[in-house]
Structures are given as structure tokens and as C-alpha cells.
Design a protein. Structure first.
Length: 299
């Protein structure tokens, strides 16, 4: 219950001690159940040693700073923060090891939660979505370091701009001067924001990945250094809006195919494992006063 409203979610976890938590946020018009199927994380995350939760938004769209959503009494920021706290306090998940993952509008919301430290996160995964201009305006630099993994097709608004179709409702919001709040930030600007707060130089390493003939080319841009949380961007040239390697891929109208040859779920699980290993290695033994900087940042 949040502000008198009944909020719902799906939760899967491995047996054994409390595990690191993946918070997976669906896109507009979808559900947590559909997200579990789309990504395969409902089964693959527990098999990899992670607890995973799939929250449901109300009204099919996440509130991430849009005034009309707040006026409806929807407080998704509070919902996700309360949900994570409840799972930690109950002993079902491990505190200090939370990853925020989202697709499309869910990606924008995940970035918003992490950027403003509304949910302390060790890592953030953005798929087919970027920060909103309104969220970044309120906090030009993320509040604390976190690993960032991003999968973005260039057939999406890769260089920023309007998020989603305006339609009748959108045009009405625009007349009320709410339109700019749905403007996305350029993908590489968001990556640079996180690279800077994580302590990296502005220039990434660039690697063109091998891919099957006829599939969208993939370029891996990475900011990585010892004792710094990584930032990795998979730029998929010509690819449309969707989850790379989805269990049930869906072609967006007018967009090119989703990159089925790239397994975003496997890549994000490997990233999360590495970050958890860093946290574990940084925890001092009994009597050891030393701590690691990356562990401190994610506690």
C-alpha cells in the first residue's frame, strides 16, 4: 500500500541467503508479467543468483516527474523506494546491492531514480530509453556513482528529442507547456554524465562487434578503469525499439528490427555479477579496517 493505493509486483528469488536485487521496470502500456517474459529474467535472474522484482505501474505509464501524473496522486518514486526497502527489511534480498533496469519509459524512470538517488543503486541498465530533459535539468550530474549499461538503437531518438507519439493528449499537454518534460536527452550525453561521476575521462574506447550478415551493426563504447564503476553503451545502428535478444521480440511500427543477435539479458547479468563481486571483495574481513571506494559508493 502506497498513499492508500494497492500496488502490485512479481518477485522471484533463488533459494538460500538474501540475494542481490534486480528491479525491472516495464515500458508504457506493458506490465511486470510481460516484462518477465520479454526479458527472460523471471527465470534467468534467479538461476544466476539474483532476486528479481517486476513492479506494475498504474495507468500504464510511470511517473518520473510529469506533473499530470503527480496530480493524479500517483507516486511511483515512493512506490519503488518502499518496495525495495520492504524486500530488504524482510530479509528476502540483500541490502546495498540493488540494480535498476528498464526499457523505454521504464528506462527513463530507472535513470531518474538512480540520477536523483531516490533508490541507491549499484548499477543501472537502460534499454531503448534515455533520461528526460526535466529530470536532468533538476540534477545535471547523477547524485552518486553507479555502473551504467545501455542498449540503444539509432532508429530510436538516439540523439534526443520527443519521447513517444504526441497524439491528441500529447498536444493538449504541449499547449499546457508540459511537452518539454517528455523530451529525451541524447544517449551519449547520458553516458557521459555517468562516466564523469564515476571518475572516467570523457573519451570512451570504441569497439565494433562482429555480427551475423544482414543484422544491425553493433558498436560498444566503454568507459572503464580500475576502481571506477564502468559505463558501457551498445549502439545498434539502424535497430528499432525493443529488448535485444528478447524471448518474444516485437517489431515497432515503422522501425527496423530489434537486434536479436545481441543478448541483453546475458550481458546485464554478467555486469551485475562483476559489480557484486567487486562489492564482496571490498567488504573487509573481521578486524580489517580497509574498504573499497566502489563499495562505499553503492552502500
Amino acid at each position: 500500500m502506497v498513499d492508500g493505493a494497492h500496488r502490485t509486483y512479481r518477485h522471484s528469488r533463488p533459494s538460500g541467503p538474501p540475494a542481490p536485487l534486480l528491479v525491472v521496470l516495464h515500458g508504457s502500456g506493458s506490465t511486470g508479467k510481460a516484462m518477465a517474459v520479454l526479458t527472460g529474467l523471471g527465470t534467468r535472474a534467479p538461476a544466476a543468483g539474483f532476486s528479481v522484482v517486476f513492479p506494475d505501474c498504474r495507468g500504464k505509464v510511470w511517473h518520473n516527474g510529469v506533473c499530470w501524473a503527480r496530480n493524479r496522486g500517483v507516486d511511483d518514486e515512493r512506490f519503488i523506494a518502499a518496495l525495495v526497502k520492504q524486500l530488504v527489511v524482510s530479509g528476502m534480498v540483500r541490502g546495498g546491492a540493488v540494480f535498476l533496469i528498464g526499457i523505454s519509459a521504464g528506462a527513463s524512470f530507472a535513470e531518474h531514480l538512480a540520477r536523483h538517488a531516490l533508490v541507491p543503486a549499484v548499477g543501472v541498465v537502460l534499454v531503448g530509453g534515455t533520461a528526460t530533459e526535466s529530470s536532468r535539468h533538476r540534477s545535471p550530474s547523477p547524485a552518486s556513482p553507479a555502473a551504467l549499461l545501455s542498449f540503444q538503437g539509432t532508429a530510436d531518438p538516439y540523439d534526443g528529442g520527443q519521447i513517444g507519439s504526441l497524439g491528441l493528449l500529447g498536444r493538449r499537454f504541449a499547449r499546457l507547456r508540459l511537452g518539454p518534460r517528455r523530451t529525451g536527452v541524447a544517449v551519449q550525453t547520458v553516458a557521459a554524465d555517468w562516466a564523469a561521476v564515476n571518475g572516467h575521462s570523457p573519451t570512451p574506447s570504441v569497439e565494433r562487434l562482429a555480427c551475423p550478415p544482414g543484422r544491425p551493426p553493433v558498436t560498444r563504447l566503454s568507459w572503464e578503469a580500475p576502481d571506477c564503476r564502468p559505463v558501457v553503451l551498445y549502439r545498434i545502428d539502424g535497430a528499432g525499439h525493443g529488448w535485444p535478444g528478447a524471448v518474444r521480440p516485437r517489431r515497432a511500427g515503422g522501425h527496423a528490427e530489434v537486434a536479436s543477435h545481441l543478448d541483453a539479458t546475458d550481458i546485464l547479468l554478467e555486469m551485475a555479477k562483476r559489480e557484486v563481486d567487486v562489492l564482496d571483495a571490498s567488504v573487509p574481513d573481521e578486524g580489517d579496517e580497509g574498504t573499497g571506494s566502489r563499495a562505499d559508493a553503492g552502500a
